[in-house]
Design a protein around this ligand. Structure first.
Ligand code: 4AD
Ligand code: MG
Length: 477
């Protein structure tokens, strides 16, 4: 008999048909009711075992976590809480799960405990919901770009350029590091290494994506990026996935429009396609909120927040305006900021970003036109000579979701900036070529995929929205 999945069966309208399903036992109550889950949906299907006619040895092996194969009849449920159930006619144990040892018991586990069992945590409701939403979001990412005439580009993971300056890089080498050859200055001689030069894991595909935008017009990358910064926060990973569109002839305004339209599209997609999972995550957050003191509770539920972002314009504010707001803000005057804002030019810390989005504007904010000296070399210099066409999209509860800019397309200005920052032209010859041959205004941004998943699912720690997180001191699994 053909096998159905639980999601199909739960929606099925025709009763009394014979059905076949395989999955894992979530709970087994009263030697009679199996809650069966196969991952296709957050919901379980109830399978009713005729215990009088079932071998006692089989009954004993129906334990939490066991894999089973069931055939039976789909009937309207007698019990509360489900529309359909299966009257089991045959049950085979496919894989036992020793109940004493199985870490994922049908009770509440802490996220810390589950992180140590990252290979099993996706068997819980919360993590399966998060990972299904993550999957839907990544589909929506491709859908948005493909529907809008973008081409998907795979930029290299191993890179010989480190000009981005986005963070510390991980070295790639096949030297035996205890016996790495050295040159006459006792420096490691990378000319003998695999690639004949120093190489690293990429921190961003932007620079390579720019070269493709100058031929294909609209491109995007969606791939892993690596940063060896020692930031042990709930917002940083050492390995994360980044989405980077790059568009020829777009200026910064068009870039802001793109980021806003893109984010709204993917959120709308999951609101329409992940209702069961989002409802579950919404309730999870409401329950978690109840355990917090009143002041820390959120004034919107997860679903309200998602709808709010989809339905409202992001607020666009220049860095200079933001500094004025921050300088005159209550926490600044009362010296509540760890990094007080005294003057124009200060780099914004996450406490400032969060004040702006969570307390002041109470909506996503796009900050633009930052001081040149706190931003990367490739951002386009404004006429004022001191700010660049940079933009950061800031989200409530998250802080920076997107970082992007209009790129410096003028060869002379770009070269001067590189000279100021000691970035060698001969390392970046290929990047400079794009400015030599048919240069044009162009813009792009990077969105940290896990920060998007974090916002969408309402989870509190970025380690809980990627299957196997890599963070300082942690690369298990
Ligand atoms: O702001 P960033 O460093 O921008 C760039 O790398 C540009 N080259 C992007 C571009 O213009 N194409 O990083 C982009 C985004 C951040 O806004 C943040 O969402 C995410 O990447 N991000 C991280 N996410 C998780 N863990 C980390 N350690 C992250 N660092 C950055
Ligand atoms: Mg940034």
């Amino acid at each position: 008999m053909e096998r159905s999945n639980v999601k199909e069966l739960l929606q099925c309208e025709s009763f009394l048909q014979a059905v076949h399903v395989k999955g894992w036992v979530r709970t087994f109550r009263g030697n009679r009711f199996i809650a069966l889950n196969d991952g296709s949906t957050i919901n379980n299907i109830q399978c009713v075992v005729d215990f009088e006619n079932t071998d006692e040895n089989i009954l004993k092996r129906i334990t939490t976590g066991a894999a089973v194969s069931i055939t039976g009849t789909l009937v309207e449920s007698q019990g509360k809480g489900q529309r359909v159930e299966i009257n089991v006619t045959n049950l085979d144990i496919l894989g036992d799960s020793s109940s004493e040892e199985y870490p994922i018991q049908p009770k509440k586990h802490s996220f810390e405990f589950l992180r140590k069992n990252a290979h099993l945590r996706v068997r819980t409701n919360t993590f399966s919901a998060v990972m299904r939403v993550r999957s839907a979001l990544s589909f929506a990412v491709h859908q948005y770009f493909q529907q809008n005439g973008f081409f998907y580009v795979n930029t290299p993971i191993i890179t010989g350029s480190d000009a981005e300056g986005a963070g510390e890089m991980f070295k790639v080498t096949n030297f035996d590091i205890n016996k790495a050859p050295v040159d006459e200055n006792e420096d490691i001689d990378y000319s003998q290494d695999f690639f004949g030069k120093e190489t690293n894991l990429t921190v961003s595909g932007q620079l390579e994506a720019e070269t493709y935008a100058m031929a294909l017009g609209k491109v995007y990358t969606f791939g892993p990026t690596f940063r060896a910064e020692n930031s042990n926060t709930t917002r940083h990973l050492a390995e994360f996935w980044m989405i980077e569109p790059e568009v020829a002839f777009n200026d910064l305004d068009a870039n802001m429009d793109l980021s806003e339209d893109f984010i709204k599209h993917v959120l709308k997609y999951v609101l329409e396609n992940c209702q069961d999972d989002l409802n579950f995550l919404n309730d999870r957050l409401i329950n978690e909120d109840k355990t917090k003191p009143q002041a820390e509770r959120s004034d919107m539920s997860l679903l309200e927040k998602l709808h709010f972002v989809v339905d409202n314009n992001f607020k666009r504010v220049s860095y200079t305006e933001a500094i004025d707001i921050l300088r005159n803000s209550k926490p600044n005057k009362k010296k509540k900021f760890k990094f007080p804002i005294n003057e124009w030019g200060a780099d914004l810390q996450s406490e400032h970003e969060r004040f702006l989005v969570e307390k002041h504007f109470k909506c996503p904010v796009i900050l633009f036109d930052y001081p040149a000296n706190i931003k990367a070399f490739y951002m386009r210099l404004n006429e004022d000579g001191k700010t660049v066409r940079a933009m950061d999209v800031l989200f409530p509860g998250i802080g920076e979701m997107v970082g992007g800019s209009q790129r410096e397309e003028r060869l002379d200005v770009l070269k001067q900036k590189m000279a100021e920052l000691d970035i060698e032209e001969k390392e970046m010859w290929w990047y400079l070529d794009t400015r030599k041959f048919g240069t044009a205004v162009h813009s792009g941004f990077g969105l940290g995929f896990e920060r998007l998943v974090l916002f969408t699912t309402g989870m509190g720690n970025i380690r809980d929205v990627i299957p196997f997180p890599r963070t300082p001191q942690n690369a298990d699994f």
